[in-house]
Each structure stands twice: as C-alpha cells, then as structure tokens.
Design a protein around this ligand. Structure first.
Ligand code: SF4
Ligand code: SF4
Length: 176
C-alpha cells in the first residue's frame, strides 16, 4: 500500500534558499577571519601534507580482506557482501576446499575475490553484512590507478591491505 508523505510548508526565505546561503557565508567569513588574523590554518597542502595520523578508529577507507592471527582465511565465500554491495563492486568466484585440507570444515573459500575500487562508494555494507568478520574497511583512502583494470583489487591485494585481524572468529569456534 502506498504511503502519502505530507510535504512541509516552506517559508518564503526557505524557498529562496536564503537561510542555507547565509549559513554558508557565515562559515566562509569565520574561516576568512581566522586566516586574516593568523588564528589557525584551515587548509593543508595535500598530498604533501596528510591528515592520516588523526583519522578516527571508525574511519571508513578501502574495503579489504583479513586473516586471523594464525594466518587462516576468514572468508567462507558466502557471497553476502557481493549481493549487498550497492554499486556491484564485488565479484567472488567460490571454490570448494579440498577433502584433505585441514580447514575443510568450512567447505568453501574464495578462489577469486575482486573489488572494483572505481565503483566502490566506501559505504561499509560489506563489512556490516559479513557473518565471518572477514572483510573490513581499513584506513587506506588514496586508491589510484592509470586505467580501470588497475583500480580492481584482486584477492592478493585485498589480503595485503587487510592484514591480520585478531579476535573472535566464529568460523573456527569448536562449538559451532
Ligand atoms: S564499501 Fe560498499 S560499495 Fe564498497 S565494496 Fe563494500 S559494499 Fe561495495
Ligand atoms: S567476505 Fe564475508 S560476506 Fe563476503 S563472501 Fe566472504 S564471508 Fe561472505
């Protein structure tokens, strides 16, 4: 059933965008004053200068794959991240873990795992949906390439960027 959402009545000033324009001008004036009276720099010379040391813990950089402290692959190739990814940046080719492999218990691992960073919008949904805590958005944000192919992070690159993630890994829990 369709739900009708009533639109709020805008004032004349709101229709002209005046409050938003004056709010923007006030911020510009505030920064201008700081620059004129030498009260703190508001810009930096990127990329020579970077803010990297001050990134908060919850910063969402590029998505990566991680291994646990024993070097074991956490991803079980369930493909939930592939399905949830809004711009369809993730492509996974699952493979069955061979019978004689000591981690056979979880059945699958990714044979190929690509993330197209030219498509990724750093939304973090892949990290949220992953039941195995295998994919994390780390702090790398300066992802560049000379062509589209170079912007695709393959499995090897994803593990290199992701590194080790310590802590509870449900996949290896013996009670499971
Ligand atoms: S961060 Fe968002 S856009 Fe990027 S790969 Fe994950 S789900 Fe897709
Ligand atoms: S990273 Fe997580 S959600 Fe994506 S396929 Fe692997 S286990 Fe599934």
């Amino acid at each position: 059933m369709a739900i009708v959402v009533n639109r709020p009545k805008l004032t004349f000033a709101e229709k002209c965008y005046l409050p938003a324009i004056f709010a923007g001008l006030a911020i510009t004036w505030k920064h201008l004053k700081r620059a004129l009276f030498n009260k703190g720099i508001v810009t930096m010379q990127y990329p020579e200068e970077k803010w990297d040391a001050n990134l908060p813990d919850w910063y969402r950089g590029a998505p990566t794959l991680v291994v646990d402290e024993n070097g074991r692959e956490k991803c079980v190739s369930c493909q939930l991240c592939e399905f949830i990814c809004p711009p369809r940046a993730i492509t996974i080719k699952p493979m069955e873990i061979p019978e004689n492999d000591k981690w056979r218990k979880v059945e699958k691992r990714p044979e190929e795992f690509d993330i197209d960073m030219a498509r990724c919008i750093y939304c973090g949904l892949c990290e949220e949906v992953c039941p195995e805590e295998a994919i994390f958005l780390r702090k790398d944000y300066s992802i560049t390439g000379l062509n589209r192919a170079e912007m695709v992070h393959d499995k090897k690159t994803l593990y290199k960027l992701g590194g080790v993630m310590k802590g509870l890994t449900f996949k290896w829990n013996e009670l499971k």
